[in-house]
Structures are given as structure tokens and as C-alpha cells.
Design a protein around this ligand. Structure first.
Ligand code: MD6
Ligand code: FE
Length: 225
């Protein structure tokens, strides 16, 4: 067991390959690491570009709140300046997060070299309160097929992992709990997925989050300035 896990923590659970290239590692993050991430996300939520409910092009508003690091995402493109929020330049993508992304790939793919060429340059940080959900979508605004690394903290959710053809069945519902890692790579990189339900009240306050769910997804945009 890793030294980062304290006496009463469990350490990572069994890895499950949900589909080729899509791996779920329950309990990958220890409580200390979850708390550090919550603190970092709290700081980013304040600024330079504050967390917001993203507006959709047809006038709707997402129920999830989002703040970005590295590149600012809005439907359906990445920019350095958040013109749709406050006109500020987005926070820099920190080196420690690149390292975290590389460690995630090593763990998910059980290959010490899996992270060597991986340099994520953006992270989308989503906050869900009890009512929030995320419809079925593909992450395809990146000009790179590199894996997406997803980290969950706080309330458990139902994560719906579908197929590459359309938003409908077949899909597999996976419970993502606090500390879980999910990697989307290879043939699964462009699978439709969503979050149909949060389980309010399942959050452990020892994560530093009193309620709700945080999800951090790191990506490679494939963009240059
Ligand atoms: C969420 N995650 O878990 C939303 N996208 O709240 C995503 O939309 C996602 O977990 C691409 C790859 C992994 C993900
Ligand atoms: Fe996504």
C-alpha cells in the first residue's frame, strides 16, 4: 500500500477495464491528495476566471458549474481568454498537475511508460450540487487523441459510459466515488458519456468538500498559441 494512505484508508480498489482503453480505478486518490485538489480548485473557482454556469449556444444553461485551467473551454472551443465570462486570461496549467496526469496513466494502464509522452495542457473542473447532471456527450473539441484523465471528489455519482456511435444504448453505468480515477483513452477516447445522477449526502467532509461533487478532467488540447 502507498505511504500516502493513512491507517484507516483503503488504498486503490481493483482496476476495471470498462471497454478497451477505458479504465476505472476506485479510490486512487488518498484523502490528503483529495484535500489538496479541493483547495486548488477553490482557488481557481475565485479567479482569474470565476466558476460559472456555462451558457449553451442555443440559450440553455448547464446545471454543472465549471472553471478551467490552462485553456478556457466554452461550447465548443478552447481559448486563452474567457470572453464569455470576464475577459480575463485563464490560470496557468501547473506542472504538478501534469505529473498527476502522468501518474494516472501509469496506474490505469499498469505500464510505467504510459505517462512518458503525456502532457495535458487543460483541465475542466466541474462542480455538481444535488440537482446537477451532465447529458450524454463526446469530448471532441481537442485536436488530439491523447487520453482524458478524470478524477472525482465528494458525492458519488452515476457515470454513464456509452458507445462511439450515438447517445443511446448500449451503455454501462458505473458508480464514481470520491478518489476514483477514470481514464478515457485509445478506442474509448470518443465514447459518449454523461452523469445522469448524483447521490447527495454521500460526500465525506474529510475530503475538504462539505457537499456536492467535483470532477476534474485533464486533456491535451493539441492547440498552440
Ligand atoms: C464527470 N466527466 O465525471 C464528467 N469526459 O463529471 C466527463 O465528462 C468526462 O469523466 C471525458 C472523459 C472523462 C470524463
Ligand atoms: Fe466529458
Amino acid at each position: 500500500m502507498d505511504a500516502q494512505f493513512s491507517f484507516f484508508e483503503q488504498g486503490p480498489g481493483p482496476r476495471t477495464e470498462i471497454a478497451p482503453g477505458a479504465v476505472h480505478v476506485p479510490g486512487w486518490l488518498g484523502l490528503d491528495e483529495q484535500r489538496r485538489l479541493v483547495e486548488a480548485c477553490r482557488a481557481w473557482a475565485v479567479g482569474p476566471v470565476p466558476i460559472r454556469y456555462t451558457r449553451l449556444p442555443r440559450g440553455g444553461v448547464m446545471s454543472v458549474q465549471t472553471v478551467c485551467v490552462g485553456w478556457h473551454w466554452r461550447p465548443y472551443r478552447y481559448t486563452r481568454i474567457a470572453e464569455d465570462v470576464n475577459g480575463a486570461a485563464v490560470a496557468e496549467f501547473p506542472d504538478w498537475m501534469v505529473e498527476l496526469g502522468r501518474r494516472a496513466l501509469v496506474e490505469a494502464y499498469q505500464d510505467p511508460a504510459a505517462g512518458d509522452d503525456y502532457t495535458p495542457d487543460t483541465a475542466l473542473i466541474n462542480f455538481y450540487d444535488g440537482e446537477a447532471k451532465l447529458g450524454m456527450h463526446q469530448d471532441k473539441d481537442e485536436k488530439s487523441g491523447a487520453p482524458v484523465v478524470s478524477l472525482s471528489i465528494g458525492d458519488t455519482c452515476v457515470f454513464r459510459f456509452g458507445n462511439t456511435e450515438n447517445r443511446t444504448r448500449p451503455w454501462t453505468d458505473v458508480e464514481l466515488a470520491s478518489g476514483d480515477l477514470f481514464v478515457f483513452g485509445g478506442p474509448s477516447r470518443f465514447v459518449y458519456h454523461g452523469v445522469p445522477k448524483i447521490r447527495p449526502g454521500t460526500c465525506d467532509p474529510a475530503t475538504g468538500l462539505a457537499r456536492g461533487r467535483l470532477n476534474i478532467t485533464m486533456r491535451v488540447t493539441g492547440l498552440t498559441d
